[in-house]
Write a protein that binds this ligand. Structure first.
Ligand code: SOE
Length: 377
């Protein structure tokens, strides 16, 4: 039995999702790896105490510096806003901890590179929280493409649509502050899609993009009647075109202003002999079309990705019972714990995060230049 003691910095949405996963990896995956929820950390004492109780942590702490050097901790899990990632990761790595970091890895490619260099020098196992790689239907798409099922990939087309900011009265929060978040859906949502695009299609070499902020001020959440308006300093929508190293071309759109769409991460990939399409709001399904079928039978078929032969499904329920958001996070941490216990690298990792940051930075440069920008500059 291998015990892995975890310190998690952050306790909100991702803190909850990760806590759920830690409790479930031995149940569904390797029972010889025992992740222990040692200490959860956050600045707001009543809230982090409450989270510790609800999510089943042994202890809580309000200063992350006090947990990253604790000798009993094996893994530091960073689930904070992006502005804190680099500093916490460097401190944890300096203490020899394995580090799992939520996405986007950093505020920019320079920070991401420092994190990658430090992690590689220390020889720790690092992983980045692009959980959608662990959605079985997306992993199945990856396997099909790698097996040549759609031939040579020519086009990647993706939209990541949310609508939680359509309402102008939605209060200001850290996601809308560039100093804390880095950018809006550009890095929050497109980072996920860039990760998938690189995994499914290949490296992105050049980009050109545009963005817009439709609502430039929002009320600060407060109890009295007169709202204080705060400046929104991030994009509400970010779009870009891309060229891939292998010759494919792609389009990416991320927005929090797509009324009616909640978490619609959709992509379609067209190859020389087939196509694949996916929508996260129907996350157990993968659409597949093949030129190799008789013309009279051709058409997109819907594969219900719940069979034991599909990625991760042998560890879950009988076919047809379907998985949800949290199951993919269990898959993600089951893989991470395996990598640590076997002493081998895990993906996506800080190298992927650095490459993703280079793409994000190149798109941001193109907002100002109005031109195509190389992702290798
Ligand atoms: C934003 O609304 C958000 O919570 C992202 O931060 C997550 O990465 C994404 O998975 C769901 O949407």
């Amino acid at each position: 039995m291998k015990t892995l003691n975890i310190a998690m910095i952050g306790y909100r949405f991702m803190g909850k999702a990760h806590s759920f996963a830690f409790g479930n990896t031995p149940f569904f995956f390797d029972r010889d790896i025992n992740p222990v929820k040692k200490v959860i950390c956050g600045r707001n004492e009543p809230m982090v105490r409450d989270a510790a109780g609800q999510f089943g942590w042994e202890a809580y702490e309000t200063d992350w510096r006090k947990v990253v050097n604790r000798p009993d901790i094996d893994i530091v899990d960073i689930a904070t806003p992006p502005v804190n990632h680099c500093e916490i990761a460097l401190a944890a790595i300096a203490n020899g901890k394995h580090v799992f970091c939520e996405k986007p890895l950093a505020m920019n490619a320079d920070e991401a590179r420092r994190m990658l260099d430090a992690a590689e020098r220390a020889g720790i196992v690092h992983m980045l929280g692009h959980n959608y790689r662990r959605v079985p239907a997306i992993a199945h798409a990856h396997d099909l493409i790698a097996q040549g099922a759609i031939g040579e990939v020519r086009q990647f087309r993706a939209t990541y649509l949310q609508d939680w900011l359509v309402d102008p009265d939605h209060p200001m929060d850290w996601h809308l502050d560039a100093a804390v978040a880095g950018s809006g859906p550009h890095s929050d949502l497109n980072a996920h899609v860039i990760d998938l695009a690189r995994w499914l299609v290949g490296e992105i070499t050049a980009v050109v993009g545009l963005k817009e902020t439709f609502i430039s001020q929002r009320p600060m959440e407060q109890l009295d009647a007169q709202p204080i308006m705060m400046d929104v300093t991030v994009d509400d929508a970010s779009l870009f075109l891309a060229r891939f190293a292998g010759g494919a071309i792609g389009s990416f759109e991320a927005t929090r202003m797509a009324g009616g769409r909640k978490n619609a991460l959709r992509f379609e990939i067209n190859g020389s002999r087939g196509s694949i399409a996916f929508d996260l709001e129907r996350m157990n399904e993968l659409l597949f079309w093949s030129l190799d079928e008789p013309l009279a039978l051709q058409g997109f078929r819907t594969i219900l990705v719940t069979e034991k032969v599909h990625p991760y499904l042998a560890n879950w329920w009988p076919a047809g019972l379907t998985l949800g958001y949290e199951n993919a996070i269990v898959n993600e941490f089951a893989d991470y714990f395996q990598c640590i216990s076997q002493g081998k690298p895990c993906t996506p990792n800080f190298h992927d995060g650095w490459r993703i940051s280079r793409v994000l930075d190149a798109v941001s440069r193109s907002w100002d230049s109005g031109h195509w920008e190389s992702c290798d500059d």
